[in-house]
Ligand binder design. Structure first.
Ligand code: NAP
Length: 406
């Protein structure tokens, strides 16, 4: 497709971003077109204002989901995967995944095909947002969730299938287990390779962004050789590669950590779910295996106002896709109604990834200001007295009006 842009390059471990980068986008299904239109409007306006026209994204539409089916006869065309691989950075709206049967989750396929091994979700409170907790402003936590392994690897067999029977017979006969023969079977692989690259990415982020604490979250007391190993390999890579930049909780004896070091600790998952409610300010970066990471990302998002407000990304080296964290909300499709903040804020994350931080922080402040002024979509309006109810596109305009240089 013709576009007036240049390719982002990756050389010597660094992104080289031109002033007019080609960025592929997937509009998404259901409410996807509504939230994408709103997000694109805000991203373009922020870039224009922050750089006075000297920078501009050259958007390139690529197809997946319903549009992929219509144009290519498949929900995830090879052209789409190749475009994102080639252009390195992409952004997407939500995609439908039929439950049980049909095709595999498109999101999981995209992550696996492009080896986007970390799901990164910064969870931070924007003033004025209705929240179910008393002190939501204490939450400023970025979750690095492993994206390729664990029970999400998709290695499972249904009850009674030849594969399930074979595995159960093998385990019961050869390894003295006593698994019921009417069980479904799933495999939970967690590797040293995937753990170390995730923890390394979390550490590099913490150091680059002056974060105070990195916490390895796991259920290693029960699943010793998967979740427990995640903790051990996590500590190992930190000790081997970041020793001079960190202090371990076990070295402190209750003392305050030195201000120039990142504090590293670990928490068992069940206790961590209490900690994020009771003492969120003591945590800043979490590195977590896949399944627990899924739960904890959504639990944290709920504390600051729900999924409609939470940005997200799937990141590899160097490929990254920024995405709305909510689904397609089919009952609201085409109504110009839902909250586009998740995709707008994911756009801000994307701009940060490009090194266009001025535009990114303009967007975050613009969204916050619109909410503080009670100019909101239905989901927040129903929880805020005296608010003005806006459509999805009107909310985007309300944010654009509030984009100011800081
Ligand atoms: P959903 O689409 O996230 O919607 C569930 C509810 O969350 C909506 O009914 C709405 O609540 C609220 N909501 C979602 N997005 C919102 C927004 N932008 N603004 C305000 N409220 C919002 O979840 P689902 O109904 O379970 O899933 C629908 C489809 O999306 C499924 O096919 C699923 O697989 C897919 N999905 C895709 C992704 C992705 O592509 N990343 C992620 C999750 C789910 P109210 O009804 O209370 O207004």
């Amino acid at each position: 497709m013709a576009h007036l842009g240049a390719k982002i390059e990756f050389k010597d471990g660094k992104l080289l971003v031109p002033d007019n980068p080609v960025i592929p986008f997937i509009e998404g299904d259901g409410v996807g077109p509504d939230v994408w239109r709103a997000a694109r409007r805000v991203i373009d306006a922020a870039v224009e204002r922050a750089y006075r026209g000297s920078r501009k994204v050259a958007w390139q539409e690529v197809y997946a989901g319903d549009k992929g089916n219509e144009r290519y006869g498949t929900p995830l065309p090879e052209e789409t995967i190749e475009a994102i691989r080639q252009y390195i950075v992409g952004i997407k709206g939500p995609l439908t995944t039929p439950v049980g049967g049909g095709y595999r989750s498109l999101n999981v396929s995209l992550r696996q095909r492009l080896d986007l091994f970390a799901c990164v979700r910064p969870v931070r409170y924007l003033s004025g947002t209705p929240s179910p907790v008393k002190r939501p402003e204490l939450v400023d936590i970025t979750v690095f969730r492993e994206n390729t392994e664990d029970v999400y690897a998709g290695i499972e067999w249904s009850k009674g299938s030849p594969e399930a029977r074979e595995i159960i017979d093998f385990l019961n006969a050869r390894l003295s287990t006593s698994i019921r023969t009417d069980s479904g079977v799933g495999i939970k692989p967690i590797s040293e390779t995937a753990t170390k690259r995730l923890v390394r990415m979390a550490m590099e982020y913490a150091i680059a962004n002056h974060k105070k604490v990195v916490t390895l979250v796991h259920k290693g007391n029960i699943m010793k050789f998967t979740e427990g190993a995640f903790r051990d390999w996590g500590y190992e890579v930190i000790r081997d590669e970041f020793r001079d930049k960190v202090v371990f909780e076990s070295e402190l004896n209750g003392d305050v950590p030195p201000s120039d070091k990142v504090l590293v600790n670990d928490r068992i998952a069940d206790s961590m779910f209490q900690q994020i409610l009771l003492r969120p300010s003591e945590y800043s970066v979490l590195a977590v295996p896949n399944l627990i990471g899924d739960f904890i990302s959504d639990a944290l998002a709920a504390q600051v106002g729900g999924l409609g407000m939470a940005p997200g990304s799937n990141v590899g080296i160097p490929t990254a896709i920024f995405e709305a964290t909510h689904g397609t909300a089919p009952k609201y499709a085409g109504q110009d109604k839902v909250n586009p903040s998740s995709l707008i804020l994911s756009g801000a994350m994307m701009l940060d990834y490009l090194g266009w931080g001025e535009a990114a922080s303009m967007i975050r402040k613009g969204v916050e200001k619109a909410i503080l002024d009670k100019q909101v979509t239905y989901d927040l309006a129903r929880q805020m007295e005296g608010s003005t109810l806006l459509k999805c596109s009107e909310f985007a305009e309300a944010v654009v009006e509030r984009l100011v240089q800081t």
